[in-house]
Every structure is written in C-alpha cells, then in structure tokens.
Design a protein around this ligand. Structure first.
Ligand code: CP
Ligand code: NVA
Length: 315
C-alpha cells in the first residue's frame, strides 16, 4: 500500500552513484559546475539550504575520516541531517542481511551513503533501496574521491580533457575509478605498479591507448604527466598482505625524482590517508606541487552537489 516517499527527483527515475560511469559526461560537468557555485557560497558564508528537512544515512563498514566528515558537514550545511551507522553499532554486524537493512533504512531517510567491501554488496543494497545510494568507497571503486580530484585539477589547471594522469602504485579502487573517468572525460591514464598488483584486463575491458597506457617502470609512467597521483600500498580489507606488499611496492614511491619526470606544471594528488616514506616521500606530499589539502576539502563541495542532484535534479 505505502509507496516510496516522494523524496527522489520529482517524476524522475531513482538514480544511484555506485560507480563513476553511472553518470554521463554531461552530468559530471553539471556536478562540477554546481560544486563550484556551492563552494563559492560556502566561502562567503552564504546559506545554501536546498536539502532542508532531508536526511542522509551513512553506513560505514570500514574506517573513515574524510568521507564521514565531508558528508556529515556537507549535509548539515545543506539544511539536512545525518544518521551515522557502522557495522559495530548496527545490526549489520550481527548478520542482518544487507537487503533487509536497505528496505528498512530507505523507508526512513532520503539518501544513503555506504562504505563497504565488495561492489556487489552496495549493488544489493541499491537494488532494495527506495532512495538514492552513493558509493563512499568499495573494494572496487571510490567515485566521490575522483569527482573531487577532477574538480581540484580543474581549479588548478583548467580542463582535464586531453591531459595525462599518472597513477603510480596499486591497481585498487582509485585506479579503476580513474580509468572510468578517463574514458568519460577524455584524458589519458598512465598506470604503473609491480607485477601481481596491476590492472586486470578482464575488468578493464577493451580500452585504447588514448585512454590507458601501462608501464613496467613508474618513471616512464610519470614522464610528461600533468597530474601524478598515488595511494596506499595496502587498501582497507587487504591488511593481511601488508608485509608482502611493502616488499613488492618498494620502487613505487612518488619522490622528487619521479615528479621531475612529469610536466613542469604537474600537480600531485593523494586521496589520503598517506604513508610518508612509502607510496610518497614527505618532500613531495608536503611540497609545492602537492594539492592534497584542497583535494580533501573538495570532497565536501562536490558531494554537496551530488546529494542535491540525486534528490532534486538539476537546479
Ligand atoms: N580519502 C578518503 O576517502 O578518506 P577517508 O578514508 O578518511 O574517508
Ligand atoms: N585505496 C584506499 C583508499 C582509502 C581512502 C583504501 O581502499 O583503503
């Protein structure tokens, strides 16, 4: 009898952001433009309460600092409110099926953000949700982070189209999301990682050299790049492989020599948290080419645009 609350885009289909390619190029460009306006208002202390009375549930099955703070602060700034769930403070940790959690939570809130393990888990949640679901990181993808990274690149250097992004390190959730972004937005991704930690061709599918080029030598991958970026050698959920990975990744540290291979105007990004002396040297992450603090702040601005878009459509 009871139908879904009228809390999605009026008369529009239910949309989720489970991976970067869930949105078209035109929609990504809209979000980036909207985030610029939202950030500008935030900096001027101008209220922007477009989600007054709306509630976001955040479900964390892995740890977080940036994702939690950016979604929580962002939703309050939009005039809404937030509920924070984790595996240990909810029935998820006591084996309540994800489908049942989705059915229940999505009757009471307007929007859900989830950080979890397998992509199939967030897909199962979304399939049983009455409200939009946002991927706050899975083993496979981290689309909100790449949205923020591209917004940050544009702030510093203008359009990313035709540019080269060098991914140095593990073929993880960030790398696969960068690849989707390269296909959609028209830039080239250089990837270099040690054997055993490279992109899986079964997952990348057929991609041309304008989109993806893989290198054995990280110095080659960095050559001429406009953006050099990396991430931890061991992502959340893979901690048992830590020692093995430390040995395998020893030559995949973004240091000053590697940055010197890149374009003279190149910038450095890292989604954070970072391990100085492992995937990046202290002088690079704390140096003049690094934009990591703006990158982290921009999570909040792009996610405000994203939440607004999923609930209200284009404004
Ligand atoms: N970059 C990122 O998602 O950070 P957290 O793990 O702190 O949320
Ligand atoms: N690749 C990292 C990103 C953390 C924000 C992880 O999944 O742990």
């Amino acid at each position: 009898m009871s139908d879904a609350k009228q809390n999605t885009v009026q008369n529009g289909p239910l949309r989720h952001f489970l991976q970067f390619r869930d949105f078209s190029r035109e929609e990504i460009e809209y979000l980036l433009d909207r985030a610029r306006l939202i950030k500008d208002k935030f900096k001027r202390y101008q209220p922007h309460h477009t989600l007054h009375d709306r509630t976001l549930a955040m479900v964390f099955e892995k740890a977080s600092t940036r994702t939690r703070v950016s979604f929580e602060a962002g939703m309050y700034q939009l005039g809404g409110s937030v509920i924070h769930l984790t595996s240990s403070n909810s029935q998820l940790g006591r084996s309540e099926p994800i489908e049942d959690t989705a059915r229940v939570v999505s009757r009471m809130v307007d929007l859900v953000m989830i950080r979890t393990f397998e992509q199939t888990r967030i897909e199962r949640f979304a399939a049983h949700s009455r409200v939009p679901v946002i991927n706050g990181l899975t083993n496979e993808y981290h689309p909100c982070q790449i949205l923020a990274d591209i917004f940050t690149y544009i702030e510093y250097r203008g359009s990313i189209e035709g540019k080269t992004v060098a991914w140095i390190g593990d073929a993880n959730n960030m790398a696969y999301t960068w690849l989707q972004a390269a296909e959609i937005l028209g830039f080239t991704l250089h990837v270099s990682g040690p054997e055993g930690y490279r992109l899986d061709p079964k997952l990348t599918g057929q991609v041309g050299p304008n989109v993806l080029r893989e290198f054995d030598d990280p110095m080659e991958a960095a050559r001429g790049a406009h953006l050099v970026t990396t991430d931890v050698w061991t992502s959340m959920g893979f901690e048992a492989e830590n020692e093995e990975r430390r040995k395998a990744f020893a030559d995949w540290c973004v240091d000053a020599d590697m940055m010197a291979q890149a374009d003279p105007e190149a910038i450095f990004m890292h989604c954070l948290p970072a391990h100085r002396g492992e995937e990046v040297s202290g002088d690079v992450i704390d140096g003049p080419q690094s934009v990591v603090w703006d990158e982290a702040e921009n999570r909040m601005h792009v996610q405000k645009a994203l939440m607004e878009f999923l609930l209200l459509g284009k404004q």
